[in-house]
Design a protein around this ligand. Structure first.
Ligand code: NOJ
Length: 573
């Protein structure tokens, strides 16, 4: 088992640089701040960080529109500040994985500026140019996918915003330039990359139009208003139909193989994790990506035992079947693109209990785990109420479109925008109950408003002092995981039941068997595992529980409390 790689047993922590820690007091996170918080991350017990883009960017898409792949955004510091961060992280045995955006650059990147300057410059073919829009394709963020550039009297393609032109990956020079950028960071010692939006790299060469009788804004609005099962089904169909010619097209595998080969040249088991559902991007199991997020686990309105069981069966089944080597799972429930776990999977009554159950789920299922900054203190979505505060451009574009083109009342438009924009889940990290949540000094305007609930104990400082806080719960759980071979790399053995109330499973390594029970109900349950082959005739020893319990060994028939997380080791004879 020692053959496992670091990224298989690791718990990753996603840092959203703009919102993580403000070291120079300007209202924006930076490397000085993040470096100061490394001891916090070490004490939390995470093994690696994934940094959302930290490169220079005009920030139309909060850094996912990169204008220089080999530098650091001035608001985050300098390249030296980054190196300090990296070295300090490594000193604490925390690996650092960067975000690599392959599909597009910023329209302010020197490559694009040159490409759009004329039809015959050396980079004329680095992006996707046409004389007239060949179809009705939409950008998934802001309307038409083809935007006019007067300099060339031509249109360029963009899957995301018009400020994010798609690179032409058929051009070998593009590949070379991007692989050089990857090497730049690998040479510096970063431990790998999270690959952004790989499914969008290639489009249908026939440029087949979509058949949805709406444009993007209309479809969004239709989706918001969809209520009946029929409407809901139709909106899902429309989303798929609208983008199916722009997504998941062949060619990406060859790129992934090339990039993997580059990483494999380096020592230290550098790794790649892909932002996609499709485990096909793991290739034969050892020639493309190391990990693919298990997004289907989080693509649900509610986390229920039935949903988890089905997800694990399908996901682990598929990973088992990669041709050369089994794939390794990778679980997460939240990131910078979606509503925060605490809000999204809460029921407004038992949010705190459900947050604990869901944390335990991600940290006990088989596979690498990814946490999102702030989740460990129970940060919640923060709904903006003023359009001038909205920073997520897809939100402000939508607001203005539905107000001006569809006549939606600005108040309603703001409510809808607050819900759909990703700003709600990107607010500054809540470090203390000082003004501005201790993120920035008092009186400073933070880049996004701070969620005022930092005053109600949702902050690191208060939770550090409170033994029953969510933060202490995460720390404890991370310690239990770290000390358990079964939780780190043991097999997952589903326990065959169909209960709607609880989800239970075993994790089994050579020298340890662990029983996990997650009671997703408000009922006290009487459970009996004495007929389970791996447990019968053994006693259980509690390793972790969210309830008050006495320690010691006990028989495998016992009660679990409402919403209890129960983790016990099966004692060997
Ligand atoms: C996925 C990223 O997670 C998201 O934040 C971004 O807007 C798009 N890719 C475009 O890069």
């Amino acid at each position: 088992m020692s053959a496992l790689k670091w990224w298989q047993t690791a718990v990753f922590y996603q840092i959203y640089p703009r919102s993580f820690a403000d070291g120079n007091g300007d209202g924006i996170g930076d490397f000085k701040g993040a470096t100061e918080k490394l001891d916090y991350l070490a004490s939390l017990g995470v093994d690696a960080v994934w940094l959302s883009p930290h490169f220079p960017s005009p920030n139309w898409d909060c850094g996912y529109d990169i204008s220089d792949y080999c530098d650091v955004a001035p608001e985050y510091g300098t390249l030296d500040d980054f190196k300090t961060f990296l070295n300090e992280a490594h000193k604490r045995y925390i690996r650092v994985v960067l975000d690599l955006v392959l599909n597009h650059t910023s329209d302010e990147h020197a490559w694009f500026i040159e490409s759009k300057s004329s039809r015959d410059n050396p980079k004329a073919d680095w992006y996707v140019w046409v004389d007239t829009p060949p179809n009705n394709w939409q950008s998934c963020f802001d309307g038409e996918a083809w935007t006019y550039a007067p300099e060339r009297n031509q249109y360029y393609y963009h899957y995301f915003m018009k400020q994010q032109p798609d690179l032409n990956w058929h051009n070998p020079e593009v590949k070379k330039a991007m692989w050089d950028a990857a090497r730049f960071w690998l040479d510096m010692g970063v431990d790998g990359f999270r690959l952004d939006a790989i499914g969008t790299i290639f489009e249908d060469p026939q440029l087949t139009p979509h058949t949805v009788p709406m444009n993007l804004a209309e479809l969004r609005r239709f989706s918001e208003l969809a209520k009946t099962p029929k409407e809901i089904k139709l909106k899902d169909k429309y989303w798929f139909e609208m983008f199916k010619h722009q997504y998941g097209k062949p060619g990406v595998h060859d790129l992934m193989k090339e990039l993997r080969a580059i990483l494999d040249e380096y020592e230290g088991d550098r790794m790649l994790v892909g932002e996609d559902d499709d485990i096909a991007y793991m290739g034969n199991g050892k020639d493309e990506l190391h990990l693919i997020f298990n997004f289907p686990l989080m693509r649900t309105e509610r986390i229920t035992p039935a949903h988890i069981r089905k997800n694990q069966k399908e996901r682990l089944g598929a990973l088992e079947n990669l041709p050369a080597e089994k794939g390794w799972p990778c679980n997460t429930l939240g990131n910078h693109d979606c509503s925060r776990i605490h809000t999204r999977y809460g029921d407004k009554i038992h949010d705190a209990e459900l947050a604990r159950l869901n944390a335990a789920l991600v940290l006990t299922l088989k596979g690498t785990a990814f946490l999102y900054n702030g989740e460990e203190i129970g940060m919640t979505d923060h709904m903006l109420s003023d359009i001038s505060h909205v920073k997520d451009t897809m939100g402000s574009w939508y607001y203005h479109t539905i107000v001006t083109e569809m006549g939606v009342h600005p108040e309603e438009a703001m409510l809808r925008t607050a819900e759909m924009t990703r700003d709600k889940n990107r607010t500054p990290m809540q470090w203390s109950n000082n003004p501005n949540a201790g993120f920035s000094p008092s009186g400073v305007n933070t880049w996004l408003p701070v969620n005022p609930n930092y005053k109600d104990g949702i902050n690191v400082h208060d939770q550090e002092k409170n033994p029953s806080s969510l933060l202490q719960y995460y720390k404890h759980l991370l310690r239990v995981r770290k000390n358990s071979s079964a939780l780190k790399y043991g097999e997952y053995l589903p326990l065959l039941n169909t209960s709607k109330e609880y989800f239970s499973f075993l994790r089994q390594s050579d020298n340890q068997t662990i029983l996990v029970v997650l009671n997703y109900s408000e009922k006290v349950l009487e459970l009996d595992f004495s007929r389970t082959k791996e447990i019968k005739d053994s006693k259980l020893r509690i390793l972790f529980t969210s309830a008050e319990r006495r320690g010691g060994s006990f028989a495998p028939n016992f009660k679990v409390g409402a919403f209890e997380v129960f983790i016990a080791e099966v004692e060997r004879e």
